[in-house]
Design a binder for this molecule. Structure first.
Ligand code: HEC
Ligand code: HEC
Length: 407
């Protein structure tokens, strides 16, 4: 029997006793026996009182005085650690509830009635992942009624893309707890990240559950040094990745060509045509992959760090950019604004002018200011931009700032 059940049993017993006493009183009132009034009831005489009875009463008084004398200092001594333990176990239970909310069906904490499947998009360890998303066509061409949903006008068909979901096992380095609560309550409209809070009118979580999720996220944060190592390795991986994109495209072109060459003589004209289309597509994909690799080869470290850390908000289309998926619209020019403002055409030099501005821009990107406070010349923080001092080294942030100032 755990402590909780013992408490419940004690409460039930106390309730039963109270009910019993009340019932007894009511029943005895009903019997209507007239008791002798207390003042007419003769009490014990002095001889009877001043013997064992008195000693017993005094003995009990002593016992109770001792208990009180010991219990008060003991309570005084134990209370602070009891309070700390209570806070710890309060936090522990909050993290446990958050873990259930975060889980997907492959995780041990999964509960089909409560889990919100954050892990499906953000990874089981919160290491980041991807989310399916459907892009709606934007071209003016698609305003024409007969182009809507018309398979002959492929750019007017909704397009399925894979939207990068950021790592959340480092999110407390980028945002304060309050800012994370805001993101969870309101989501990121226009991206796959849903709004979860009742506050937003779209979600189901009250402020306690939102707090549970933040406590859970805090519990899965990886070490500061590891976060910085991951951000640094990502630059090399990005460069190598471009080479892999080319190799993969070469492989698919080779196999498409082979399929066409080895097509059985009995193949129908339409089968041959579709094999030919695969070769043409793979050729175009290889050209795109090679152009991408050449572009990446010429990028500065600052430019790559920008792509890895900033572009998902500051460049429209970057979050789902895939160099070889030719159906996905190409991203807008780097840094031209999306969720975050445009940083191009010297706009950061207007917000952060001169040499002092360079330092100001560094400070903004590294630590920022709390929501509603001023930055730069006329910037007002909304608390929605993450900050990177805990993710990137000083040299890396300087490289990004230099890159931005020349966009
Ligand atoms: C359908 C996929 C999906 C689900 C489910 C989902 N997210 Fe997200 N989340 C995203 C995407 C995508 C982004 C980034 C959006 C963007 O590009 O601005 C994001 C952004 C975030 C961010 C901001 C991180 C940053 O650095 O900008 C946090 C924190 C977050 N999600 C936590 C959660 C939690 C907690 C849950 C579960 C309650 C959850 N997400 C469920 C897809 C998802
Ligand atoms: C989660 C989205 C997001 C990411 C990621 C992000 N930003 Fe921002 N950024 C914003 C928003 C939103 C603003 C507007 C200011 C605000 O709302 O507080 C902003 C503002 C800025 C500004 C000020 C622009 C101006 O003219 O006022 C600069 C500079 C900037 N970001 C640089 C960066 C850099 C560098 C990175 C990557 C290291 C980055 N941002 C990553 C969302 C983002």
């Amino acid at each position: 029997m755990n402590f909780r059940t013992v408490l419940i049993v004690i409460n039930i017993a106390a309730l039963a006793i109270i009910v019993g006493v009340v019932l007894y009183r009511v029943l005895s009132l009903r019997k209507n026996v007239e008791p002798t009034p207390a003042n007419l009831d003769p009490y014990l005489n002095d001889n009877d009182l001043e013997n064992r009875r008195l000693e017993r009463a005094l003995g009990w008084s002593l016992v109770f005085v001792l208990i009180t004398a010991l219990a008060l200092p003991l309570y005084f001594l134990v209370e602070p650690s009891r309070q700390v333990k209570a806070e710890d176990s309060f936090l522990e239970r909050s993290v446990e509830r958050g873990a259930v909310l975060f889980a997907n069906s492959q995780m041990p904490t999964y509960d089909s009635t409560k889990s919100l499947l954050c892990a499906n998009c953000h990874g089981a360890q919160g290491e980041g992942g991807a989310a399916p998303f459907v892009l709606q066509p934007e071209s003016d061409l698609c305003l024409v009624e007969q182009n809507k949903g018309n398979a002959d006008v492929p750019q007017c068909l909704p397009q399925q893309v894979s939207w990068t979901a950021p790592a959340v096992n480092s999110v407390l380095q980028r945002y304060s707890r309050g800012e994370i609560k805001h993101i969870l309550n309101y989501g990121r409209p226009g991206s796959p990240m849903p709004a979860w809070g009742i506050k937003s009118g779209k979600g189901v979580l009250n402020s306690q559950s939102i707090g549970d999720l933040v406590n859970y996220l805090a519990s899965i944060q990886i070490a500061d040094s590891e976060i910085k190592a991951i951000s640094t390795e990502a630059v090399g991986e990005y460069r190598d990745g471009a080479g892999e994109v080319v190799t993969n495209a070469q492989d698919s072109l080779a196999s498409a060509k082979q399929d066409l060459a080895e097509a059985p003589a009995s193949s129908s004209a339409s089968q041959l045509a579709s094999l030919q289309v695969s070769v043409t597509t793979a050729t175009a994909q290889l050209a795109a992959a090679e152009a991408y690799a050449t572009e990446v080869g010429g990028l500065s470290e600052g430019a790559i760090l920008f792509r890895l850390n900033c572009a998902r908000c500051h460049t429209k289309g970057w979050a789902y950019y895939d160099p070889t998926n030719l159906k996905v619209p190409a991203p807008s020019p780097q840094g031209s604004g999306a969720y975050g403002p445009s940083l191009r055409d010297g706009s950061t030099k207007i917000q952060f002018p001169g040499l002092a501005g360079e330092q100001g821009q560094f400070d903004w990107v590294a630590v920022g200011v709390p929501a509603n406070e001023a930055y730069g010349i006329r910037g007002i923080s909304s608390g929605r931009m993450p900050h990177f001092a805990g993710m990137l080294s000083e040299a890396q942030i300087k490289a990004i700032v230099a890159y931005e100032r020349n966009l």
